[in-house]
Design a protein around this ligand. Structure first.
Ligand code: RBZ
Ligand code: NIO
Length: 345
């Protein structure tokens, strides 16, 4: 599964840096986009790298036993109801995806309620939701492996169908709680700094949520050197599948735009399994969930946009897509000082 996950190609990056320096603009004037274009050249092993199109987004859906601890005001059945909404094209991520021409595939990796079969719904259910991490491990190691493999399989399928870039999406009521636990476990940050208000919990629920994350970390003492063990103790099925999806993209050397706190917590697991996978990751946006910033910093990723979003579904990743495409298009289309006859300073 990890075949092909290797460092960025230095020669292609050097070529991209040299090309950036010859384009008709002051050096460095495209800020973060220049470094991004260099990284994408390194990932593709060629300068310029291919335009990142078409774009394919997968929404991984799963439920959470820790819902029983009262960490979110929303009933669990909203996960399945939102899956139906994604399939009908009525969710925010569908509107955003239409805006940029990205496809949306929905993957049931662990929804608790029954779902009706539908086009663009992939049934990869490992189990009907996780166990309650406040009481015991959320998953077995075998269940984590099955979800990782499901995520990788989806990435390979989308790439085989022609996708030039993948985007992460998630749906799972209560999933900001395991996200906070994963970020704390992988970065060694206290739960109070990685836990946020998710869908917008009130003060009492927030205090309880932090306590639930803290006590789960005490109970399991997850070892960040054992990423499968961390996912089993305090993760979710969509987190494991997202980690596998990211690794799948990295192994095919296709960029993957990360969405919010759920995606970046899964990205920490992917990076712990294969550190070079970070080369394929693009930080789409800075979620207002505090754990997202902790995770992005740990991964060394600077997010492209910061709009105060805290939705998930892949919404922030989709909004970042045109910026990623523009960064690459510059290398394809902008004239050089020589070719355009523009004087240098
Ligand atoms: C209607 C609705 C649509 C959503 N779309 C994404 N989420 C987001 O919110 C949930 C996580 O927040 P918490 O941990 O506080 O439950 C996830 O399902 C996430 O994808 C939604 C949540 C709701 C309610
Ligand atoms: O950062 C996210 O993606 C997020 C934040 C709150 C709720 N759901 C998702």
């Amino acid at each position: 599964m990890l075949e092909g996950i290797a460092p960025l190609d230095e020669e292609a990056m050097e070529a991209a840096r040299a090309l950036q320096a010859r384009l008709t603009k002051p050096a460095g004037s495209l800020g973060q986009l220049e470094e991004l274009s260099v990284r994408l050249a390194g990932l593709a092993g060629v300068c310029p790298p291919p335009l990142p199109e078409p774009a394919a987004l997968a929404v991984f859906a799963g439920d959470h036993g820790v819902h029983a601890q009262g960490v979110t005001p929303w009933p669990q059945e909203v996960t399945a109801q939102m899956v139906a909404n994604f399939l009908a094209g009525g969710a925010v991520v569908n509107a955003f995806a239409r805006q940029v021409g990205a496809s949306v595939t929905v993957v049931d990796v662990g929804v608790a309620a029954p779902l009706e079969a539908a086009d663009r719904l992939v049934n990869a259910r490992v189990r009907a939701g996780t166990r309650d991490m406040a009481v015991g491990p959320a998953l077995t190691r075998d269940e984590v492996t099955a979800a990782l493999e499901a995520g990788t399989r989806i990435a390979f399928r989308l790439i085989d169908e022609g996708a030039g870039i993948l985007l992460t999406g998630d749906m799972g009521i209560a999933n900001t709680t395991p996200s906070a636990a994963l970020i704390a476990a992988f970065t060694g940050t206290p739960a109070s700094a990685t836990t946020g208000r998710g869908t917008g919990v009130d003060d009492d629920t927030y205090v309880r949520k932090v306590a639930v994350v803290e006590s789960a970390l005490r109970l399991h003492a997850p070892d960040p050197g054992d990423p499968v063990g961390v996912l089993a103790a305090v993760g979710g099925l969509e987190h494991a599948a997202l980690a596998g999806y990211i690794l799948g993209a990295a192994s095919r050397r296709v960029p993957v735009i990360l969405d919010g706190v759920i995606a970046v917590s899964a990205a920490l697991a992917a990076a712990a399994l294969a550190p070079d996978a970070v080369g394929a990751m693009v930080g789409g946006h800075r979620s207002s969930e505090p754990g997202a910033t902790v995770a992005l910093r740990h991964l060394g990723l600077e997010p492209l946009i910061d709009l105060g979003l805290r939705l998930g579904e892949g919404s922030g990743a989709v909004l970042a897509l045109p910026i990623v495409a523009a960064a690459v298009r510059v290398l394809h289309e902008v004239a050089t000082f020589d070719s355009a006859g523009v004087s240098e300073k």
